[in-house]
Design a protein around this ligand. Structure first.
Ligand code: AMP
Ligand code: MG
Length: 404
């Protein structure tokens, strides 16, 4: 039996990066960027009006101003704004030469002469000293104030969300380089398992692991390939794994990895030439977790108990897939204060408990009966880590919690 940290390093260390592929950027949602995205232009590309209003010289705003031009967004101003002049300007339009501020249309009245006058109170300052004026009062978005041409706007290794698609569009990054998605197979094992739409007989239970794992993968942007239930016979389990191995990069099995007479998965994996890099981890739940490799393909044998498979997916499979797809995020563990003391009988494994966050921001354990307690984690905000050698944690002490 190895420690969790060792298992984690074995998994992460054994990964050979996936290849890259090009996609139209609109198809890249949920994929991982394989290069930095740089801007091909300044943003804003020109000094731009932030408001509908009048562009003028700040030093003139106490005076009546003569409107010399109307500037629509998308057009180039034709007139230079001089003393006691202004150009009517729309949001997003280029600020004309000569002007150094835009006064909002709401703050202006038009005089009968056709001239305009600023109606807001003006601070008692020297209006010629524009450098000393809070830039936000000037209502101009300055060229390149957000992004300079050549700046990296999205980093390699970013999991692409909708906001990244907008950035890609704005800098003209239409041919996105992303990592290929791994093909992942799900095979539940167990002669007592039936699919969710079947009413189980007295000795059967429903297969919850597969739907759960498919959903966990979907959250990561991966569409799983589901192979159906393999009964606990050598032939059936072997046939299922062999087929899935040929068609996928990673095979995730559940069940059949403990010490029972019909727990056949580790031996079958070895017979199929997988090198098993570990078969037992000092964790709770999830002790009989198996990880294997054959060439550039991998397999996980997760324990059958639903909480075990859920937790070990979160702790091992997910970081492995992230590394594989080139995601540069690391799992984040928060250090929180424990709201209620906790004790356990044995301290020889790293344990994970479901917790919620109190109104005071502290971690509090919730009702949980162990690895078969299928909805024990449904109401949980996170997983709390109780280290090896710790039998008791007192209220007020710090604990590590990972959001799930
Ligand atoms: P095993 O790891 O095969 O010994 O299974 C451990 C426990 O998990 C047993 O009580 C199984 O019935 C249960 N189990 C196994 N596979 C599943 C599954 N796909 N969905 C829900 N429970 C399962
Ligand atoms: Mg079983």
């Amino acid at each position: 039996m190895i420690r969790f940290e060792e298992a984690y390093h074995i998994v992460i260390g054994s990964i050979v990066a996936l290849d890259d592929e090009h996609l139209h950027f609109t198809q890249s949602l949920g994929r991982v960027l394989a290069e930095d995205v740089k801007s091909d232009m300044d943003m804003p590309p020109f000094d731009k009006s932030a408001m509908d209003g009048y562009a003028c010289r700040y030093q003139d705003i106490r005076n009546e101003l003569c409107v010399v031009e109307i500037i629509q967004a998308g057009t180039v101003p034709q007139k230079v704004v001089g003393k006691d002049q202004c150009s009517k300007i729309m949001t997003g339009a280029m600020v004309p030469k000569g002007a150094d501020c835009v006064i909002m249309v709401e703050d202006v009245i038009e005089a009968d002469s056709g001239k305009i006058r600023y109606t807001r109170e003006i601070p008692d300052i020297n209006l010629c000293q524009i450098e000393s004026i809070d830039k936000r009062r000037l209502n101009i978005c300055y060229q390149a104030e957000d992004i300079k041409k050549g700046d990296v706007v999205i980093l390699k290794g970013t999991f692409i969300k909708s906001q990244h698609i907008a950035t890609m569009a704005s800098v003209g990054y239409t041919n996105a380089l992303v990592t290929k998605k791994p093909k992942v197979a799900i095979i539940p094992t167990g002669s007592e398992i039936v699919e969710p739409d079947v009413v189980p007989s007295v000795s059967q239970i429903r297969n919850s692991n597969s739907s759960q794992l498919i959903a966990q993968l979907k959250n990561m942007g991966i569409d799983a390939n589901y192979y159906g239930i393999a009964g606990d016979t050598e032939k059936e389990t072997m046939d299922f794994i062999q087929k899935a191995y040929l068609e996928n990069d990673l095979v995730i099995l559940t069940g059949g990895v403990s010490k029972g007479d019909f727990d056949l998965v580790p031996e079958i994996l070895q017979n199929l030439h997988f090198e098993l890099l570990f078969q037992e981890i000092a964790v709770q739940p999830g002790k009989p977790t198996v990880f294997g490799k054959r060439e550039n393909k991998y397999c996980f044998g997760l324990p059958g108990n639903p909480v075990s498979s859920f937790v070990q997916f979160e702790l091992l499979v997910k970081p492995m897939l992230n590394k594989w797809m080139g995601i540069n995020d690391k799992p984040v563990n928060l250090s929180l204060t424990l709201a209620k003391s906790l004790s356990r009988k044995h301290d020889n494994r790293l344990a994970f408990f479901p917790v919620n966050i109190t109104d005071e921001g502290e971690a509090i354990t919730i009702e949980y009966h162990g690895s078969a307690h299928i909805n024990g984690f449904d109401k949980a905000w996170g997983l709390m880590f109780v280290p090896i050698g710790t039998k008791e944690i007192k209220k007020g002490e710090k604990v590590h919690v990972r959001q799930i």
